[in-house]
Write a protein that binds this ligand. Structure first.
Ligand code: SF4
Length: 941
């Protein structure tokens, strides 16, 4: 608190660090009396999306309670700013329905009966199972499946210490298609755009308001815009982001690559490209195009000829975006040159068959404009994200788990996790011990009823432990529900490529930090958290000791202190060692304040790691790398059988981490792995293209896809007009399945109506609030219509955030966000859900729950979608071809029906599109894997 001054100079953006030990504010509830409240402020890192913004926890010194969270001004990425979800952490930790103790199932799995157990019992039960699996060489039967990660490097170390190939992720329902597109160009699987210094920014998403790193990015996009950058947004939906843009390009879904390639054609034809960059930094020499004679000039001519099909008029016909706008934006992008920044993560890439080509087409614009590695341009995530090394690292696992990377998908970027229920149904394997971590596939994934069938079957999943901070539809089908901490209740390291800079953030349990500062000692964080909410670091360390109490399995040694040989590792040991040894510059900066590096990080919560951010591909090769190396005919530099760099002109430089060490305009990998038609950035029609809709109705027999997509086989009951459903847009203030009882957030958003373009609504005789029935290939869902001009015609949309449910009346649920439903299996694979009771006010420890004024929890659409695995990237292609009709007299809001027999049939149809590897290799050796096994595991035995 400061004295009031008329000029406002008493106001501050955030409390200065020197006042964090005793920050004084007036109690707003006592106004006009001036009653002071004293706070201890301790930093941590937000856990509510992947951005990892800095939070400050305000702990009331009188009550000892955390009262609120605000932004940490010392955090280099978020710089004191947060979105609505950061401060809502306070609701999560005080949620009266949260899980406070470990729970064990009583009765059948999914029966809804639980009893409290001790952490000791949990550790000994799980430890014994896992020890047995390792001893019996059933290593691939241990699986860890992560929803929200957010702890750089920790699980790699743990799973490799166990020697299992057991890391499964949610990434194939999230971002793996875009990642494949980027990876094929430059190995790094995502962009790090320098928005703040750009002159033209192209977003293929609602990125200003939601999406990957959107708060740190949004700040810099607006900075760029304020400095004069133009902003274009390609999105079928008029999002808040599109409303801020200079150009809104409402593409028909799945046609974005056609528009981008048309822009590339304009830049090529009008000679607006950066010839020197293209010549030096793309692998044009590898082109296999008619007329290419080895010269750069003929390469450009051949490219012009190859992309001649992509006239702006063709792109207009495909996308609905006027050709004149395509030409205009192409010229503006070319004018921005090396200061052209863009972002693509989900949206087009995640929605469509072949969505990974959208990223490839986008990268073609960057290659042509020379905006890779530049200030104001597209940089590589690996150049900005800083992952610190721990004190020891176990060797890579020897195993290859085909439940994760099956032979049909040799180029899949990530684990084929949406197919897990089908793989187990087919007898491809079994899981003995299954950990789900902040992961709710029954609700977030397509085909959730197949997940229920899998989880209920103990012959397929021997034991399921759900590590989760909140109740979820998936935790309901667990054997143990293990409460894990939110952001102020746990340790983690986080770093992201949020801007042109590098940093590391420290998530920490703030009550433990406070009490230890006062001289108390705790063995475990759950001693200072609500109930017995634990943190995973300590859980995994103790579980590893329980698996291998005498060290005979070789597991325990990885979880012993680097400072006290033979003794159990602590979080202070683990993070203290990293801060002392692995973060350049931190020890010296800490020493200036007479702090140890760990004390410094506990005080500030984040540290900026200095270093060069741009043009790292141009770094000269170190003399040691040049020693005994040999330059190959294609200019790559080989040493010890590995490519270490490339000659650019006569300079040996590190280049990119691709086989050619250049940006791979031409992908020999695609050609070699049975997809020669996609060796160059291409466009092909998505599974929801208009022509596919006509085929589905029998009105056309046009062969719309390169692999003869199977015709959609509508269920008999499906009626109504055919549309493309966009089911993946985020509401900016909701957090997948963790915001259920965040009252600040649910009060703002709690419905997910079906967006209908006004012209389509008129044709169908629909008005706002009408009940509509949406048929998918495997079932239907019933919800309200919302009519809008802010959506491309012939497209419908529904946010994926809402429609939570619970099957019991009043326990183990998040009552502010979910409906009580009657869930019935009426026959083999026949599932029906009907809402029994909606959200309503209720009594709890929080008086605000009696003030809940909303009743609509939304409708669960994902569960009515079949899986659509892209045959190349493995990504679930989220967009759906649906039929929409007015609901009938027997239909009620929230009704859902699904036939999992049909979902299995659709899975088989998509599986038939794949082109399995034919040689000894399971996957290109240069391709990454999330936790990479030894190279020999890449070969079939
Ligand atoms: S963007 Fe919002 S939810 Fe994500 S880390 Fe930042 S404050 Fe938290």
């Amino acid at each position: 608190m400061n004295d009031f001054k008329r000029d406002g100079s008493h106001l501050s953006f955030a409390p200065p660090v020197e006042k964090w030990d005793d920050w004084v504010e007036l109690d707003p509830q006592q106004w006009p009396r001036k009653v002071q409240r004293h706070f201890q402020i301790i930093p941590t890192i937000c856990f509510n999306c992947e951005s990892a913004c800095g939070l400050l926890a305000y702990i009331n010194k009188e009550t000892g309670e955390i009262e609120k969270f605000e932004g940490n001004p010392k955090h280099p990425a978020s710089r004191g700013r947060l979105c609505a979800k950061g401060p809502a952490t306070i609701n999560q930790i005080h949620d009266p329905d949260r899980i406070l103790y470990p729970m064990k199932r009583v009765g059948p799995r999914g029966g809804g009966k639980w009893e409290r157990v001790s952490w000791d019992e949990v550790l000994s039960t799980l430890g014994a199972r896992m020890r047995k699996a390792l001893q019996e060489n059933r290593k691939n039967e241990i699986m860890y499946h992560v929803g929200r990660p957010g702890h750089d490097g920790v699980m790699d170390r743990i799973l490799q210490a166990w020697g299992v190939d057991g890391h499964n992720s949610h990434t194939n329902v999230c971002s793996s298609s875009a990642r494949l597109g980027y990876m094929l160009w430059h190995y790094a699987d995502r962009p790090s755009p320098d928005h703040a210094n750009a002159r033209f920014i192209l977003l293929l998403s609602a990125h200003l308001e939601s999406g990957h790193y959107f708060n740190p990015h949004a700040q810099r996009i607006i900075e760029g815009k304020m400095a004069g950058a133009k902003l274009a947004v390609m999105d079928p939906r008029l999002s808040n982001t599109a409303s801020m843009a200079d150009y809104w390009l409402p593409t028909y879904p799945g046609t974005e690559a056609a528009v981008l390639l048309a822009m590339a054609k304009v830049i090529l034809d009008e000679n607006l490209f950066d010839a020197e960059f293209v010549k030096n930094w793309t692998n044009w020499q590898q082109l296999e195009l008619e007329g290419f004679d080895g010269s750069f000039e003929s390469a450009i001519t051949a490219l012009r000829k190859y992309y001649a099909r992509f006239t702006p008029e063709f792109a207009e016909k495909e996308s609905g975006v006027p050709a004149v706008n395509i030409v205009r934006i192409a010229r503006e992008i070319a004018q921005a040159g090396s200061r052209f920044a863009s972002h693509l993560w989900r949206g087009s890439a995640s929605g469509n068959l072949g969505g990974w080509q959208t990223a490839r087409a986008l990268m073609l614009l960057h290659a042509l404009t020379g905006s890779v590695g530049t200030e104001g341009g597209h940089n590589l995530n690996a150049w900005n994200k800083f992952v610190a090394k721990p004190f020891s690292s176990p060797p890579p696992q020897q195993e290859w788990n085909e439940l994760l990377y099956p032979p049909e998908y040799p180029l899949a970027m990530h684990e084929l996790s949406p197919l897990l229920p089908h793989f187990l149904k087919e007898g491809r394997g079994r899981i003995d011990t299954y950990f789900t971590r902040v992961f709710n596939p029954v609700w977030t994934y397509p085909d959730g009823f197949s997940w229920i069938e899998m989880l209920k079957d103990e012959s397929k999943v021997g034991f399921h432990a759900a590590l989760t901070p909140t109740w979820s539809e998936t935790a309901w089908f667990a054997d143990y529900v293990l409460p894990m901490g939110f952001s102020p209740e746990r340790h983690d390291l986080m770093s992201q490529e949020t801007h042109s800079g590098r940093w590391i953030g420290f998530r920490q349990p703030v009550m433990r930090v406070l009490r230890e500062r006062k001289g108390e000692h705790f063995d475990y964080t759950y001693e200072t958290n609500p109930g017995e909410v634990w943190e995973e670091d300590e859980f995994w360390i103790n579980l590893s000791w329980a698996m291998d109490p005498d060290g005979s399995l070789g597991v325990r040694k990885w979880f012993e202190s680097p400072y006290r040989p033979g003794q159990k590792l602590t979080t202070d040991d683990y993070y203290g060692w990293i801060f002392e040894n692995s973060v350049p510059g931190l020890p010296a900066v800490a020493a200036k304040e007479n702090l140890t590096p760990l004390e410094y990080m506990r005080k500030y919560g984040a540290f900026e790691v200095k270093g060069e951010m741009h043009r790292q591909n141009e770094n000269p090769l170190a003399p040691a790398d040049l020693e005994n190396s040999a330059v190959q005919p294609n200019g790559t530099i080989l040493k010890g059988g590995k490519t270490v760099g490339v000659l650019v002109g006569d300079k040996p430089v590190v280049g990119f981490n691709t086989p050619s060490r250049k940006l791979e305009l031409f992908s020999q990998t695609m050609a070699d792995w049975n997809w020669p038609e996609f060796a160059l950035p291409e466009y092909y029609r998505s599974h929801i293209h208009r022509s596919a809709q006509a085929v589905s109705l029998g009105r056309s027999s046009e062969d719309f896809s390169p692999r003869h997509m199977p015709k959609v086989d509508w269920p008999e009951h499906a009626r109504g007009d055919v549309y493309t459903l966009l089911p993946i847009f985020r509401l900016p203030n909701l957090i997948h399945t963790r915001s259920g009882n965040a009252k600040l957030l649910y009060e703002i958003s709690h419905k997910n109506p079906l967006w209908l373009n006004s012209a389509n609504a008129k044709r169908m005789g629909m008005r706002v609030g009408d009940l509509v029935k949406v048929h998918t290939e495997i079932g239907y869902f019933v919800l309200h219509a919302w009519v809008t001009e802010g959506l491309a015609p012939d497209v419908v949309a529904c946010s994926h955030h809402l429609g939570r449910w619970h099957v019991n009346e009043d326990q183990q649920i998040e009552r502010m966000s979910s409906a009580w439903v009657d869930l019935q299996q009426t026959g083999p694979g026949q599932w029906k859900m009907r809402q029994v009771q909606s959200v309503h006010p209720y009594k709890s420890a929080d008086p605000d729950t009696q003030r809940v004024w909303w009743s609509d929890p939304g409708v669960h659409q994902n569960i009515t979608f079949p899986v659509h695995p892209d045959p190349v990237s493995g990504m679930h292609c989220w967009h759906q071809m649906v039929r929409v009709e007015k609901a009938g007299s027997n239909d009620r809001y929230g009704d859902i029906f699904v036939d999992t027999n049909r979902s299995y049939a659709v899975y088989k149809n998509w599986l038939a599109l794949t082109r399995p590897a034919s040689g000894p290799l399971r996957r290109p050796l240069w391709f990454p894997r999330v936790i990479r096994p030894v190279d020999s595991a890449f070969y079939r035995k």
